[in-house]
Write a protein that binds this ligand. Structure first.
Ligand SMILES: *Cc1c(COP(=O)(O)O)cnc(C)c1O
Length: 232
C-alpha cells in the first residue's frame, strides 16, 4: 500500500514534465500542489519523503491538525477551500498561500490578521468562469476591483489567479476555460500588477489542458493519494 503514493507521485511528476515539454512550457514549468485533503499526516509524510513540499488543503480544522502533526517538516501549505469570514484568522496564521480569495471582505480580514512576524500572505484570486450560481469565485467583471483592493493591502501579496471549472470531458473545451483565466492574468499583469503571475488551474482530470494554457500551479489529489476518504 504505502509504496503506491511514491509510485503515483513519480507518475504525476512524469506527466507534468511531459506536458511541459509538449506545450513548450520549459521556461516556466508547472509546480505541483499535492492535494492531501481527507488523507492522514502519514500519507503527507510519505510524499514529503520523496521531495514533495507543497500541499493543498480544503478543510480548515483537518488542515490545522495536519500542519501541527507535520511541523517538523519544511512544508508549504496552500489553503484551497472555501473560506468562511469567521475562520480567517487561522488561515492567515498557518498558511503561506490562499487560492480562494473572492471577496474584499475576506481579503481585508486575512490582511488584518496576518502576523507582522510573517512575510505577506500569497493570494490567488478565485475566478468563476463557468457561470454556475452555486460556485464560489469572483466574476471577470468584478475581478479588477478585487485585484485593486488586494494589491493595496500591505500584508497580502497579489500573486495570481485560480479557477475551478465545471467538469468538462472535452479537451479543447477545457482549454478554452483555462485560456480565459490566462487572458485575465495577462491583463492584470500588464496593467501594473506585476506580481500577479501565477495561474493555479488543473486537477487530476484536466491538468494537461491547464498546462497547455500556462498553468504555473496544478492542484492534484486523486492521482497521487487515490480516492478520497470520508471527510473526517
Ligand atoms: C480536491 C481539490 C483538488 C484536487 O482534485 P483531484 O481531482 O482529486 O485531483 C484541486 N483543487 C481543489 C480546489 C480541490 O478542492
Amino acid at each position: 500500500m504505502s509504496s503506491s503514493i511514491t509510485e503515483n507521485l513519480e507518475k504525476v511528476r512524469h506527466r507534468i514534465r511531459q506536458y511541459v515539454e509538449k506545450y513548450g512550457r520549459i521556461e516556466q514549468s508547472a509546480q505541483l500542489i499535492a492535494v492531501s485533503k481527507t488523507h492522514g499526516p502519514d500519507k503527507v509524510r510519505e510524499a514529503a519523503d520523496i521531495g514533495q513540499q507543497d500541499f493543498g488543503e480544503n478543510y480548515l480544522q483537518e488542515a490545522l491538525d495536519k500542519i501541527q502533526a507535520l511541523s517538523d517538516l519544511p512544508l508549504t501549505w496552500h489553503f484551497i477551500g472555501p473560506i468562511q469570514s469567521n475562520k480567517t484568522r487561522p488561515v492567515a496564521e498557518n498558511f503561506q498561500w490562499v487560492h480562494t480569495v473572492d471577496r474584499v471582505k475576506i481579503a481585508q480580514r486575512l490582511n488584518d490578521q496576518r502576523p507582522d512576524t510573517l512575510p505577506p500572505l500569497n493570494i490567488l484570486l478565485q475566478v468563476n468562469l463557468s457561470a454556475e450560481a452555486t460556485k464560489s469565485g469572483t466574476s471577470l467583471q468584478e475581478l479588477p476591483a478585487l485585484a485593486d483592493a488586494v494589491a493595496a493591502m500591505p500584508h497580502l501579496l497579489l500573486a495570481g489567479l485560480m479557477t475551478i471549472p465545471a467538469p468538462e470531458a472535452d479537451f479543447e473545451k477545457q482549454r478554452l476555460v483555462f485560456r480565459q483565466l490566462r487572458d485575465a492574468r495577462d491583463q492584470l499583469a500588464s496593467s501594473g500588477y506585476t506580481s500577479c503571475q501565477h495561474l493555479s488551474m488543473g486537477m487530476s482530470s484536466d491538468f494537461e489542458a491547464a498546462i497547455a494554457e500556462g498553468a504555473t500551479m496544478v492542484r492534484i489529489g486523486t492521482d497521487i493519494f487515490g480516492k478520497r476518504e470520508p471527510i473526517p
